[in-house]
Ligand binder design. Structure first.
Ligand code: IPM
Ligand code: MG
Length: 368
């Protein structure tokens, strides 16, 4: 299979972990006879420094031509006081909109030997395996431009959705639930917001099309509570942009390992942007300490969702699990009696597993 992949390392540890993902994908390409070509472009703070904008046209054009996009992370203290149109985050929001990446999938599943690192008791968090399906290109993030009024004495942000925008994300979530445990939790604030009432109506309308999926509606405040008290009760959670932003950060710490969580943002034609849930971690950037696993697992999601290479995606996921099982971990994690390694060594262990696995298969199938 031949694919063009655009790499947007961005800022901070984004650059280091992107390097790791590229090494893993190169190993997969060599071992399983694929041709992946890589093209690197700037986004976020790095793009502001080089081109005076967080999202240069050349970056958008390259992403539009690509079969898939991998993104590291954007942001850092250097740009914190910039005016809002010159903040690194604008680059991220801009590329989501430019590629119409309306469906953000954030799977959250604990790794066996890391559950002790959760802030929750192991018996509460064990068995948690949920998928947050967050609407990503509408809502309050993209309302009519926010403005300060009355000489700065008042301010307006608007939360707008079209029926079609809600329908497509709800469909995506139902389909995801069909392929999992068949339970959909729709999260809204229908006791207050008109947009949430419409959201709830649409979920109710759609459920007839997916009879095998059971549906519940939960208000966002109650959902935030339930994520802590009974996380294992969730399967697929679907929600609008800002609720999804907040709940996915909350859910990401359940497993005690923010550095492990990947995400996929998809449009209607299957082109996707894949990025870790964690940020640019400026405090450890450039030190070789970053955990590359979330980025590497994001590359696995790319193989699964954009290229339909399920076997190769699984191999990467197995490689990560085996390396953790062997006790290796980066500085952000603790494994009892484990061995702390840096970004490069962690990557090499994962790459070695992929290469050895393939070699042993060949020995088995080629000679016996
Ligand atoms: C995320 C991030 C972004 C968001 C920021 C960096 C704009 O928090 O991907 O969750 O709010 O969507
Ligand atoms: Mg967020």
């Amino acid at each position: 299979m031949k694919k063009r992949i655009v790499l947007l390392p961005g800022d901070g540890i984004g650059k280091e972990v992107m390097h790791s993902a590229k090494e893993v994908l190169t190993a997969i390409a060599e071992e399983y006879n694929h041709t992946f070509s890589f093209e690197t472009h700037e986004i976020g703070g790095a793009a502001i420094d080089q081109y005076g904008t967080p999202l240069p046209e050349t970056t958008v054009d390259a992403c539009k031509q690509a079969d898939a996009v991998l993104l590291g992370a954007v942001g850092g203290p250097k740009w914190d006081n910039n005016p809002s149109h010159l903040r690194p985050e604008r680059g991220l929001l801009g590329i989501r909109k430019a590629l119409d990446l309306y469906a953000n999938l954030r799977p959250i599943k604990g790794f066996k030997n890391l559950l002790h690192a959760s802030p929750l008791k192991e018996e509460i968090v064990s068995g948690s395996d949920l998928l947050i399906v967050r609407e990503l290109t509408g809502g309050i993030y993209f309302g009519t431009p926010s403005e300060r009024r009355d000489n700065g004495e008042s301010v307006v942000d608007t939360l707008a959705y079209t029926r079609r925008e809600i329908e497509r994300i709800v469909d995506k979530a139902f389909q995801a639930a069909q392929g999992r445990r068949g339970k959909l939790t729709s999260v809204d604030k229908a006791n207050v917001l008109e947009s949430s009432k419409m959201w709830r109506e649409i979920v109710e309308e759609k459920k007839a099309q997916y009879p095998e999926v059971s549906v519940e509606h939960v208000l966002v405040d109650a959902a935030a509570m339930k994520l802590i008290t009974n996380p294992a009760s969730f399967d697929v959670v679907v929600t609008e942009n800002m609720f999804g932003d907040i709940l996915s950060d909350e859910a990401s710490v359940l497993t005690g390992s923010l550095g492990m969580l990947p995400s996929a943002s998809l449009n209607e034609s299957g082109v996707g942007l894949y990025e870790p849930v964690h940020g640019s971690a400026p405090d450890i950037a450039g030190k070789g300490l970053a955990n590359p696993v979330a980025m590497i697992l994001s590359a696995a999601l790319m193989l699964r969702y954009s290229f339909e290479l399920e076997d190769e995606a699984k191999i990467i996921e197995d490689a990560v699990q085996s390396v953790l099982d062997a006790g290796y971990h980066t500085a952000d994690l603790q494994i009892p009696n484990g061995r702390k390694v840096g970004t490069e060594e962690m990557t090499k262990l994962i790459v070695d597993y992929i290469r050895t696995l393939n070699a042993s298969k060949c020995i088995a199938s080629c000679y016996y």
